[in-house]
Structure formats: structure tokens, C-alpha cells
Design a protein around this ligand. Structure first.
Ligand code: ADA
Length: 558
């Protein structure tokens, strides 16, 4: 499955196959790439450290592939995600350095007289805050390494079209603007929508093409109609997919196409014990089928940009997505570090630029559970929120806060997103009725937001949950049993569907996932975060059928 955008006129060299591979613990500066003896072959995409031979190892995962491209043509190498730190060499020449496992990047490969090209991609999965401030070992999810998403080469014409963004002016009338990123002569551009005849591009004063969708059917979670735009310059063409829809926030509600929508769904890590984050197409479909079965319309891509294939499927199947760039529990020392802030800005910008056209994405987020209790966070949060609004004024901005009423930055958000764990991380160590905290806690957060004058902003619970060990039952129905988790999630779901002040919920979490391997796992049996409604192999726990019932009953009542 190849995600959008497509480039129908280009010769594409698919590199998703077996590559030569070598794992070493040395530093990149201490090795000679030309002398590496590749003893293994592993697939791309792969998280090398999810494979049995390299499980849990940290060091350099070096991938090599010899390919053929037409001589005398430049090409672009597209890498969907590789990390945590990644260096790309072509014919022995260093062409790119990238940080952050989950953001896509592209490298122009200059033309050459020869057609055989050797690509070496060095991934480093060791934590190094100086080099890669985006990923740290205190995150409550396992940071894998390798080339985790798809890779391919496209041969380029002399003046390629790089990207086309569809901006929606009137979603009902189908009036759009097309913002083109291209080296080509703009006068050569023509466009076609949904296979209709090609029309010459007409530009407005901002340099955008003004167009009307011939048969404008709307996109929504209930009817996910999509349109395809093809832009052609003669020597190159790009095909992007988009949906006509409008997202707004008003009077505490999230509105889709001017109708209020209640978001019901899950936070989802892109992970599986056998593949790490390098999920095959089938797993993406598998996950979405389970979410559909549970009556969900909402996915929070926690805590990083999701695979573009997954987002394409969300577009097709009508899921609403909270897309967030990578962050987890950062503190003052991060928010006062310009290197960290720059890395956040860069990865967040990359997320928006690559995922802009997905109608499924209805809000942008960043910095999950950062420490927002001090003024030290303001600069970083403001710069991120302002940059997102500058790049995309059409979607609400949010971040998941666990600081709640003590959070000083909430006014920067269009949607208030709270991660709360009543009935789990209880302040009262002696109570035997922690589940009794759930409803009062939700009420308190709503009251706090009202007092603060923020109740006109939609309020969503961006995380809530309880751990349950798959298969663990006990007559006391205590914590870690499937029954306790099920009871807690039922309370939450019933509250969310029946209370208009709550615009939605992303339950924590869709499935169990690997986490800390050290002492951090003392509160994480099996070294997994066990708050999944499904376990890591997607086997349903007791909560599955209960959540399914509540969400589906709600859906049918509408
Ligand atoms: C946080 C965090 C999640 C997870 C969760 C938990 O809210 O955002 O990634 O760690 O807590 O299970 O405690």
C-alpha cells in the first residue's frame, strides 16, 4: 500500500524488500562504512531491535541496498520514518542527517553517469539528548530503531512538482485553493479533479490555484467521501487526495460540517511485539476493524505522527484523528533548551507539511504531558501553537495536559485535552474504593474549566484508563483484573456519551505496548503498559465488549 501523494509520471523504485544489514555498537565516527561486512539481510521496513537476533540491542543498525536508477537523472529518496538518529549515504557520500523516528524525510540524489547506486542508511537507536532531543528513555513506551516505515526512490524530471496542498474555502460549494510547491514553470500547470477534464491553472494574488470541485460530496466520519486532485506540468504530475469538510469549535463543542460531533475512541501506539512500530498493511487494517467494531469514530495518534498509510485508511474509513508530534512529559530543562525547541518545531512542521491533506485529521497536538505549571514553558508552547496556526489555520490546536487546573498554557488551546487517571493513580493509598473517584474527578475538571472561563472551549478527555493483565481475573475484582478495567471504562464511557459538556474521549489505550525495560517497569508488569482494552496481540479483554456496547448504542441513538 502506497500512501498519498502519488506521482503517476515518475519511475518509482520500490525499496521495501530485503536489505543487507549489520548491527554494531561502535560510534559512527569510529567506523569506515566501506569496510563493513554485512552478515545479515533484514527487511525494510523493520525495527531491527524487534527482531529476535537484535532484540533490545542499542547501537547502529546499518542497512545497505544496491539499486538501479536511470543514469543522468536525479532522483528523490523518500523515507517514511527511521531513527532515532539516521544518516543517509549514497555511493559513499553523506547526503542527509535526520532525527526522530516517526517523521518522514526526503533526500535529493544528484544525477550520476552510472545507473547502479548504493544506498546505506545508518540508524542509531541509542539515547543521546544532544544529538536527538526528541526521544528519551523516560518515555512510557519503548523507543525502537531502524527504518520503520516505507522507503522508495522516484526519478525526477528537471523541474519536479514537490507537493500540493488543498485549502478548503467553501466545503459545501467545493471551492478550494491549491497551494503548489514546485520548481516548474507555473504557466505549464493544469489540474483535474476526480478524473474530470484538465483545466489550465488560474492563480490568485497569493499564488494559489483557485478551483471548484465539479461534484462536491462532503467528507465526514459517517460518509467519508474523498476527492482526487491531479496536477500536471507536462513532465511531472502529482495526485493528492482530500475531503471537503470543515472543523470548528464553538460553545464547547467540536463541529464537523457545522454539526456537533462527539469523539469516541482510543489513544493508539503504532506497535506490535513482533514488528515494533513497523506495522504491515494488514495490522493497520486489523486495528481499524477492531476500532470500528467498538463503535469508535476517533483515534489519538499517541504520541507521534502516525504512519501515512494508517492516515489514508482513516480518511477512507471515516475516523477522526488527533494528530500529535512526539513529546512525552518534558520539563523545564527541555523548554529552556533552544536545541530542544528547534527540534520540536522542525518535527511538528514536518508533520503538518506531510499530513495536511488528510481530512481525517481534525486537530493538531504537541508535547503530551509537558510541565506547563511554570512560565518557563510559555515560549516553547507559544512558538509551537503559533507555528501550527500559521501553517494551518483550518484545524484546532491542542495538547494533552496532565497539569489540569495548574496548567498555565491552556489559553493557547482551541480544545482543552486532559489526561486524567482517577481510579488508577489515586492520591488516596488507603481507599478501597478508588473507582469512586472517577465521576467526581471528571466533574471537578469541568467545574475548574468553567471557573477559569474556558468552558466555551471543547473539553475532551485525551487519556483515561486502568491497567488490566490479559487473562487476569480475581474474586475481588481488584486492580489489574480485566473486570476492574472494564468497570472503570464503562463508568467513563457512560459519562462521556451522556454529558454534553464533554466533547469526546480517547481512552488510554487501544492495546498494550512495550515500555521501560529498567526499574521504570516496576509499576508496569511484564514491562508493558497494560492499559490496553486489547493486549499487545490484539486479544480483547473484558472491557472490549462493554465499550463496544456503549459506543454503538450511542451511535444508534443518534
Ligand atoms: C500518561 C501518558 C501515557 C501513559 C499513561 C499511563 O498519561 O501520556 O503515555 O504513560 O500516562 O499509562 O500512565
Amino acid at each position: 500500500m502506497k500512501a498519498y501523494p502519488h506521482f503517476p509520471k515518475r519511475k518509482i523504485v520500490d525499496l521495501n524488500t530485503l536489505w543487507d544489514f549489520k548491527f554494531i555498537e561502535a560510534d559512527l565516527k569510529d567506523i569506515k562504512l566501506s569496510e563493513i561486512c554485512y552478515e545479515d539481510r533484514i527487511p525494510v521496513p523493520s525495527a531491527f531491535d524487534a527482531l529476535p537476533a537484535y532484540a533490545g540491542k542499542r547501537g547502529l543498525g546499518i542497512y545497505r541496498y544496491q539499486t538501479e536508477v536511470s543514469s543522468g537523472k536525479k532522483s528523490v529518496l523518500k523515507i517514511g520514518g527511521a531513527g532515532m538518529i539516521c544518516d543517509v549515504y549514497v555511493d559513499g557520500k553523506h547526503l542527509a542527517h535526520h532525527i526522530g523516528t516517526y517523521t518522514p524525510f526526503e533526500i535529493i540524489i544528484p544525477k550520476s553517469k552510472k545507473s547502479a547506486r548504493e544506498i546505506v542508511i545508518v540508524t542509531d537507536n541509542r539515547y543521546n539528548f544532544e544529538k536527538c532531543p526528541l526521544q528519551e528513555n523516560f518515555f512510557d513506551f519503548y523507543n525502537y530503531g531502524g527504518i520503520i516505515r516505507q522507503v522508495w526512490l522516484e526519478e525526477l524530471p528537471e523541474s519536479p512538482i514537490t507537493q500540493a496542498y488543498v485549502l478548503i474555502d467553501d466545503y459545501e460549494a467545493g471551492e478550494i485553493r491549491i497551494r503548489v510547491k514546485s520548481d516548474c514553470d507555473l504557466d505549464t500547470l493544469s489540474y483535474s479533479i476526480d478524473g474530470d477534464e484538465f483545466l489550465p491553472a488560474e492563480f490568485n494574488e497569493d499564488g494559489d490555484i483557485v478551483a471548484t470541485v465539479p461534484d462536491p460530496t462532503l467528507w465526514s466520519h459517517e460518509a467519508p467521501n474523498l476527492h482526487i486532485l491531479t496536477l500536471d506540468s507536462g513532465s511531472d504530475a502529482i495526485e493528492v487526495r482530500f475531503g471537503l469538510r470543515k472543523v470548528a469549535t464553538e460553545n464547547g463543542q467540536i463541529q464537523l460540517n457545522d454539526e456537533p460531533v462527539k469523539l469516541l475512541g482510543y489513544c493508539r501506539h503504532e506497535v506490535h511485539p513482533s514488528y515494533g512500530p513497523a506495522l504491515p498493511d494488514m495490522q493497520l487494517v486489523y486495528d481499524l476493524q477492531l476500532l470500528k467494531e467498538m463503535g469508535c469514530n476517533f483515534v489519538r495518534g499517541s504520541h507521534y505522527q502516525q504512519d501515512p498509510r494508517f492516515l489514508d485508511l482513516c480518511d477512507e474509513q471515516g475516523f477522526l484523528v488527533f494528530s500529535e508530534s512526539m513529546g512525552w512529559g518534558q520539563q523545564e530543562r527541555h523548554f529552556t533548551d533552544e536545541n530542544f525547541i528547534q527540534a520540536q518545531l522542525t518535527q511538528t512542521e514536518a508533520m503538518i507539511r506531510s499530513d495536511f491533506n488528510h481530512p481525517s485529521i481534525i486537530m493538531w497536538g504537541f508535547l503530551n504531558e509537558g510541565d506547563t505549571t511554570g512560565e518557563f514553558a510559555r515560549d516553547c508552547y507559544t512558538r509551537l501553537a503559533e507555528m501550527i496556526r500559521f501553517l494551518d489555520p483550518s484545524r484546532p490546536v491542542t495538547y494533552a495536559s496532565n497539569k489540569h487546573a495548574d496548567d498555565l498554557m491552556l489559553e493557547l488551546c482551541d480544545i482543552i485535552s486532559f489526561n486524567i487517571y482517577p481510579g488508577w493513580y489515586s492520591g488516596d493509598r488507603e481507599s478501597e474504593n478508588v473507582i469512586g473517584e472517577v465521576l467526581p474527578s471528571i466533574e471537578k475538571h469541568l467545574a475548574d474549566m468553567k471557573k477559569r472561563g474556558l468552558s466555551d472551549k471543547p473539553f475532551i478527555i485525551s487519556e483515561i484508563g486502568a491497567g488490566a493483565i490479559y487473562g487476569w481475573h480475581d474474586p475481588l475484582n481488584g486492580v489489574w483484573t480485566e473486570e476492574y478495567q472494564s468497570e472503570l471504562l464503562q463508568l467513563v464511557c457512560r459519562k462521556v456519551v451522556s454529558d454534553d459538556r464533554i466533547a469526546g474521549v480517547a481512552l488510554w489505550q487501544f492495546c498494550d505496548g512495550r515500555t521501560y525495560q529498567g526499574a521504570g517497569a516496576l509499576a508496569r508488569p511484564r514491562a508493558f503498559n497494560n492499559k490496553g482494552t486489547l493486549d499487545e496481540y490484539r486479544r480483547p479483554k473484558a472491557a472490549f465488549k462493554e465499550v463496544k456496547k456503549i459506543f454503538n448504542d450511542y451511535k444508534e441513538s443518534k
